[in-house]
Design a protein around this ligand. Structure first.
Ligand SMILES: *Cc1c(COP(=O)(O)O)cnc(C)c1O
Length: 369
């Protein structure tokens, strides 16, 4: 059996290293995973306390409409409940968008490097991919708009962008929305929305009133700490939500995920704690990078992409031996760098110590040459 032609050129997603594998392979007791932008503080204890509420009737299919979560989110975001589309993570919403709008003969525009699932799913649908290089970590919006033609169906904006962390500001967002032809769906992936610090970020949800060709993606996987439950969503016009719901599987979010996401949404305290800790630890990390002369991209997220004088794999391997899993830029389309998730304070202090030792010895070696 052979799959579609395109599968000859594709491979399955290669995840960051798993904690248990690394422990075994390197004989380490403690592993700190700073590779997938997960919340280092876990998730809301209120969610944990309520987990058994959702396990009473696992023989029953979940509510395919996710009614309670839907109503709560519609209220919080001040949108109509039928403007929401839920997914098994926002990953699945990306796939649903591709299956709904893309086919051979169409094309789709995205930055490079950006979140790889846009390209991955678009290729499976047979669409042509137009990638526009980032400029110093930021989307080249003018360059992206120049690529739009009659066959363009979807334009992806990842803001803040993964893997760089750079944000599309208010003025830039309005510029794209006003200048992009209306036959193009603009996807704004805000997976790191809760971590944004600047006042200059666009209110994309409010912008839905003005732009019917917009969809905003958000997730419970990052700041809410529920990556293991898989729940994300898109907010768009009712018209687009209706077609996306045709593509969507009828029971694509679980009872446990829906119930837990609802409680997570209400636990403002945990969210604020996570966001505040991230802010402080990121500030400290950036000061540290400055102090050892490493540069990095601007970050409005819970990770920092550090530019390196050596291939990302080298620092990645070194840190792995010390029990720290980070993401090498080589897997992310930016070989001379690593993406590091901001962890808790003790772990970040230790990481900084190790990085300092590494770069002192690298510099020593270079001086000898
Ligand atoms: C992590 C991430 C997602 C995926 O989130 P899930 O909801 O867990 O599928 C989507 N977009 C970006 C940019 C991400 O970094």
């Amino acid at each position: 059996m052979r799959g579609k032609e395109i599968f000859n050129q594709m491979s399955p997603y290669k995840p960051g290293k798993q904690i248990e594998d690394v422990k075994k392979e390197y004989g380490l007791e403690k592993i700190v995973k700073l590779a997938s932008n997960e919340n280092p503080f876990g998730y809301s204890t209120k969610v944990k306390q309520n987990l058994s509420n959702w396990t009473e009737h696992l023989e029953i299919y979940p509510d395919g409409y996710a009614t309670n979560l839907r109503l709560a989110l519609a209220d919080k975001l001040d949108v109509d409940k039928d403007q929401l589309v839920f997914g098994c993570g926002s990953d699945e919403v990306v796939d649903i968008i591709c299956r709904t709008f893309l086919e051979p003969g169409t094309n789709t525009i995205m930055a490079s490097p950006t979140f790889p699932q846009y390209k991955h799913n678009a290729r499976i649908q047979g669409a042509a991919i137009k990638e526009v290089a980032l400029v110093d970590g930021y989307h080249d919006l003018e360059g992206m708009l120049n690529e739009v033609d009659e066959q363009t169906k979807v334009l992806w904006l990842c803001t803040p962008n993964n893997p760089t962390g750079c944000l599309i500001n208010c003025e830039q967002f309005t510029y794209v929305m006003d200048n992009c032809p209306k036959h193009v769906l603009i996807v704004v992936d805000e997976a790191y929305y809760e971590y944004i610090e600047t006042d200059d970020a666009p209110d994309t949800i409010a912008a839905l009133k003005k732009y019917p060709n917009l969809i905003v993606l958000r997730t419970f996987s990052k700041a809410y700490g529920l990556a293991g439950l898989r729940v994300g969503y898109g907010v768009t016009s009712e018209e687009i939500a209706t077609i996306l719901n045709i593509t969507r599987g009828p029971f694509n979010t679980t009872t446990i995920a829906q119930g837990s996401a609802l409680i997570a949404l209400e636990d403002e305290e945990f969210l604020q704690f996570s966001v505040n800790q991230n802010k402080q630890n990121k500030q400290d990390f950036i000061k540290f990078l400055d102090s050892i002369g490493l540069s990095y991209y601007d970050s409005e997220t819970n990770f920092v992409f550090v530019k390196l004088p050596v291939p990302g794999d080298e620092l990645f391997e070194y840190l792995l031996h010390k029990g720290f899993i980070v993401r090498s830029g080589e897997a992310l389309g930016h070989p001379y760098g690593v993406r590091i998730t901001i962890g808790n304070k003790p772990d970040m202090d230790e990481l900084q110590q190790i990085m300092k030792e590494y770069f002192t010895s690298v510099n020593k070696k270079e001086n000898i040459h």
